[in-house]
Design a protein around this ligand. Structure first.
Ligand SMILES: [Fe+2]
Length: 160
């Protein structure tokens, strides 16, 4: 039972790590796309640096469980981000679409960390649980911020 719970926790953490690798690529694209909206762009850049920390924390948690990230999954994510080169959003509609994608992504992250917290608790790993709770709080803040600012490009028009 204990081993099964530990294996499940490792699986969820690997999934979270892969997700944050994808998130890093997505946020890097957003920062470029949202060139014309400096306030939103600055928040995306701040969350990009949070996301880089989250990846480090997840890697450390996996190392603590004597496991590592899923290398193949990360390889495919990197490949994906090379193929999908972002374009700058020049219209409010394009900016809103980019923000909407980010918002959906944050909701997925919230779901994954909610499961990761339960998995860490079940496996008796309080340090991992704490790490996931801290990350979940950052994801919630980002999701709230995005929802609050989702319509800003519509209100302010291009170049704000
Ligand atoms: Fe996030």
């Amino acid at each position: 039972m204990g081993n099964r719970r530990r294996r499940y926790l490792i699986r969820v953490l690997r999934e979270a790590y892969t997700m944050e690798t994808r998130s890093t690529a997505q946020l890097t694209a957003s920062v470029q796309q949202l060139h014309a909206w400096p306030v939103i762009r600055a928040r995306a850049a701040a969350h990009l640096s949070e996301t880089e920390d989250q990846r480090r924390l997840l890697a450390a948690s996996l190392a603590g469980l004597r496991a590592g990230p899923s290398l193949f999954a990360n390889f495919s994510v990197r490949l994906e981000s090379l193929i999908r080169r972002p374009r700058r959003a020049s219209s409010p509609a394009a900016a809103v679409a980019a923000l909407g994608d980010s918002y959906l992504f944050e909701q997925m992250e919230i779901a994954v960390y909610t499961v990761a917290i339960a998995a860490a608790q079940a496996a008796g790993e309080p340090a991992v649980q704490e790490t996931c709770e801290a990350i979940l709080a950052q994801e919630r803040r980002m999701a709230d911020w995005l929802l609050e600012h989702l319509a800003d490009p519509v209100r302010s028009g291009p170049g704000r």
